[in-house]
Design a protein around this ligand. Structure first.
Ligand code: ARG
Length: 652
C-alpha cells in the first residue's frame, strides 16, 4: 500500500563508505562463473580433466606461471614490474607502462624509460640517459617462457617479441578450459547498471533503444567478468503527469478496470489526448492536480488506476525487451519514494542542503546552478529520486560500481548528483577508487536528413516497427539468396531474428557512444564492411570449414597440437590472445565500440590467414593445428557476439 509506504520511516544514511583503494586494472581469474549453467559447468569440468591429463605434453605450466594468469598485457606488466624494482630500487611504485606495438619491432613495448629518466636525472644514478634506463629494464627482466626476445629502440622503448610456442600453448589452453578462462576480474563484486529506463505512458524512443543496447552490453561484459550485476530499469513511473492520466482514465472508462491494454490501444495516444484535455480544460486540470495529491496520499482507487497504467506500459516495454533478448529488473522511480525524506534529512543534517528561492538545494562547486532536491511547493523531483536511489544502491544493495546509461543531455544532472554524493561522503573523492558512480552518455540517433531520427507519418519512431523492419528485411535477403528451398521455416525465422536484431545492435555499438550516428537500414544490413551481417557470416563460414573437415574438434583440442609457424598464423594468434585485454579495456572505460573494433579486425586478420594459399587448412600437413586456430577464432568471435548481445549463426 502506498499509504504505508509513504509513511514508512526511511533509514538514515549511514556513515561514509570506505574506498577499496584497489588498483583499477583487472587481474584475471580462472575460476568458474557463478552464472554458468549446469551443462556449462560439466563441460568445464570435463575440459579441466582433459587439461590435467594433457598438462605434461602440451602445457608445461610451472606454478609460477599458473599464478601469472591474466591478459598478455597484465602478464607482461608483472614481469616489467619486477624488472623496474631491480632497475631502480629507489623509485618504488612505478606502474609499468605496457602497450601493444603497432610497429614491426615487437608485439608489445614497455614505455617507462623516458618518464623514469626525468625522475632520476641529476640524482647521481649510474644511468646517462633514457636508452641506458631502457637497456637496464630489458636486462633485469625475469626469465619467462612467454618472451622470445627483447630489444631497446629509440629513446628507450623496450620492445618484446612474444614466444610463438608460448602463444600457441596459451590459445590451446583456452580452447580446453573454455573462453571463461580469459575473463577479466574487475575489483568489484556487485554493480548496478541503470539502463533503458523509459517513462510510463510516454514513448519509448530510440534514445531508450540506445540505452537498452549499450546497457545490456556493459552488463554482459561485467557478468562475464564474474561481477554480480543488478540490471535496473529505473522507469519513470512517478510524477505529476499521473494525475492527468488517471483522471482521463476515469473519464474514458467509468468502470476503470475495463481499461485493459486492448481497450486503451495506444498508450502514447492516450497520453497525448489526456495532455490536450489538461491544457484546454481548466476544470479537468484542477481535477488532475487533485488526483496527484490523492495518489500521493495513497488513496486506493487512485493507486489502482496508477498501477494499471504502469502495467499496460510495462507490457509494451516487455515486447521490445523480449525481441532484443534483454533482461531487466524494474525498480522504478516510485520505489525510492519512501527513502527520499530520510536521505534529504541526512544531507540537511550534514549541512549540505540550503534554502534558495523557496526551494531546498545543494550547491555544487564549479556548477553555476544548484541541484534542487526539494521544489518550492515541497515536492520531490528527478534529482531527489536519484539521490535516494544512489543511497539505496550503495547502502542496501552494496553496489561498488553504479553505472547510468542515458543520453549525454543528462550528463550535468548526473555530474551534480555524483558531486553531491562526494560532498556527503557517500563516494570517495578520487575517480579511481570504489565505490564509484559512472555516467555512460551517448549521442543522438539521426535520420538520413541529419536531424533527430523520425519516421514520415509518426513523430517518433516506434521501436517495435523498427525491429520489425530490420527483421523482415533480413528475412527477405535470405529468401532472395535461395534459402527458402534449402532451410526449414524455423531456420529462416531464427536466422532472420539473429541477423535483423544483430544488425540494429551492432550499428549502434560500433560507434563511439558519444558520437551521433545515422540510422540506415541499407547500411546496417549490408553483407560487406563493418556490419553484423558480415561478421555473422564470417563466423558461419569458419564453422563450415570445421564441419567440412569432418574432424572431431574436441578430440583435436586434446590430442593435437596448435603451432603458429606462418606469419599469418602468428598474427591471428596474437590478435586472439589480445581478446582478454580488449574486454578489460572496453569494460574499464565503458566503451563497447572497443570490442566491436576488435571483432571486426579479428575477422579481417582471419580472412588474411585463410585466403593465403600457404595457410591451406583442409588437406594440408598442418591441418590439425589450423583447424584448432579456426576453432579458437570461432570461439572468440562467439564470445564477442555474446557480449554484444548478438546471437551467432552457424550456417549461411
Ligand atoms: N527515465 C529517464 C529518461 O527517460 C531515464 C532514467 C535514467 N536513470 C536514472 N537513474 N535517472 O530520461
Amino acid at each position: 500500500m502506498l499509504t504505508s509506504l509513504t509513511l514508512l520511516v526511511p533509514p538514515a544514511p549511514s556513515s561514509p563508505l570506505l574506498s577499496f583503494n584497489r588498483l583499477s586494472h583487472f587481474p584475471f581469474s580462472p575460476s568458474i562463473s557463478a552464472a554458468a549453467s549446469a551443462s556449462d559447468f560439466l563441460r568445464l569440468v570435463s575440459r579441466r580433466l582433459a587439461l590435467a591429463t594433457k598438462m605434461q605434453s602440451v602445457t608445461t605450466m610451472t606454478t609460477q606461471e599458473e599464478e601469472c594468469m591474466g591478459s598478455v598485457k597484465a602478464q607482461l606488466a608483472k614481469l616489467f614490474e619486477a624488472s623496474l624494482k631491480v632497475t631502480l630500487p629507489n623509485e618504488p611504485d612505478v606502474e609499468p607502462l605496457i602497450a601493444a606495438c603497432t610497429g614491426k619491432f615487437g608485439d608489445y613495448q614497455c614505455n617507462n624509460a623516458m618518464g623514469l629518466w626525468s625522475k632520476i636525472k641529476g640524482k647521481g644514478t649510474q644511468f646517462r640517459g633514457p636508452p641506458a634506463v631502457g637497456e637496464a629494464i630489458k636486462n633485469n627482466l625475469p626469465n619467462s617462457e612467454m618472451i622470445e626476445s627483447c630489444s631497446v629502440a629509440g629513446p628507450g622503448f623496450v620492445n618484446v617479441v612474444l614466444s610463438k610456442n608460448w602463444m600457441a600453448k596459451s590459445i590451446q589452453k583456452m580452447l580446453i578450459e573454455g573462453i571463461d578462462s580469459w575473463a577479466p576480474m574487475p575489483p568489484v563484486k556487485t554493480a548496478v547498471v541503470d539502463f533503458s529506463s523509459p517513462n510510463i505512458a510516454k514513448e519509448m524512443h530510440v534514445g531508450h533503444l540506445r540505452s537498452t543496447i549499450i546497457g545490456d552490453t556493459l552488463a554482459r561484459m561485467l557478468e562475464f567478468s564474474k561481477v554480480k550485476v543488478l540490471r535496473r530499469n529505473h522507469v519513470g513511473d512517478w510524477g505529476t503527469q499521473f494525475g492527468m492520466l488517471i483522471e482521463f482514465l476515469f473519464e474514458k472508462f467509468p468502470n476503470f478496470e475495463d481499461a485493459t491494454e486492448t481497450a486503451i490501444g495506444d498508450l502514447q495516444a492516450f497520453y497525448k489526448a489526456s495532455k490536450q484535455r489538461f491544457d484546454s480544460d481548466p476544470v479537468f486540470k484542477e481535477r488532475a492536480q487533485q488526483a496527484v495529491v490523492r495518489l500521493q496520499g495513497g488513496e486506493e482507487k487512485y493507486r489502482r488506476a496508477w498501477a494499471q497504467i504502469c502495467e499496460i506500459s510495462r507490457t509494451e516495454f516487455h515486447k521490445v525487451y523480449q525481441r532484443l533478448g534483454v533482461h531487466l529488473e524494474e525498480k522504478g522511480e516510485s520505489f525510492y519514494n519512501p527513502y527520499i525524506p530520510g536521505v534529504i534529512e541526512g544531507l540537511t543534517k550534514q549541512g549540505l542542503v540550503e534554502e534558495s528561492q523557496g526551494a531546498r538545494v545543494i550547491f555544487i562547486e564549479g556548477v553555476n546552478i544548484p541541484l534542487i532536491v526539494v521544489k518550492s511547493d515541497g515536492g520531490f523531483n528527478y534529482a531527489s529520486t536519484d539521490l535516494a536511489a544512489l543511497w539505496y544502491r550503495l547502502n542496501e544493495e552494496k553496489a561498488e560500481w553504479i553505472i547510468y546509461v542515458t543520453d549525454v543531455g543528462q550528463q550535468q544532472h548526473f555530474d551534480m548528483v555524483f558531486k553531491a554524493a562526494k560532498r556527503a561522503g557517500w563516494l570517495p573523492q578520487g575517480d579511481n577508487s570504489y565505490p564509484k558512480a559512472s555516467h555512460v552518455g551517448f549521442g543522438l540517433v539521426l535520420g538520413e536528413d541529419g536531424k533527430r531520427f523520425r519516421t514520415r507519418n509518426t513523430e517518433v519512431v516506434r521501436l517495435v516497427d523498427l525491429l520489425d523492419e530490420a527483421r523482415s528485411r533480413s528475412k527477405a535477403a535470405l529468401i532472395e539468396r535461395g534459402k527458402g528451398e534449402e532451410w526449414t521455416e524455423e531456420e529462416i525465422e531464427s536466422t532472420a531474428d539473429a541477423v535483423g536484431y544483430g544488425a540494429v545492435k551492432y550499428a549502434d555499438l560500433k560507434n563511439n557512444r558519444l558520437t551521433n550516428y545515422t540510422f540506415n537500414f541499407d547500411q546496417m544490413l549490408n553483407d560487406k564492411g563493418n556490419t553484423a551481417v558480415y561478421l555473422l557470416y564470417a563466423h558461419a563460414r569458419i564453422c563450415s570449414i570445421i564441419r567440412r573437415s569432418g574432424k572431431d574438434i574436441e578430440e583435436l583440442m586434446n590430442k593435437g597440437t596448435l603451432v603458429l609457424e606462418h606469419k599469418d598464423e602468428r598474427d591471428l594468434g596474437l590478435h586472439l590472445l589480445q581478446f582478454a585485454e580488449v574486454v578489460e579495456e572496453a569494460c574499464t572505460n565503458l566503451l563497447p565500440n572497443v570490442l566491436c573494433d576488435y571483432l571486426y579486425n579479428l575477422s579481417e586478420i582471419f580472412s588474411k590467414f585463410y585466403s593465403n594459399p600457404e595457410c591451406k587448412v583442409i588437406g594440408s600437413d598442418n591441418e590439425t593445428s589450423r583447424l584448432l586456430l579456426c576453432e579458437a577464432t570461432a570461439v572468440v568471435m562467439r564470445k564477442c557476439f555474446n557480449l554484444l548481445g548478438i546471437t551467432p549463426i552457424y550456417k549461411i
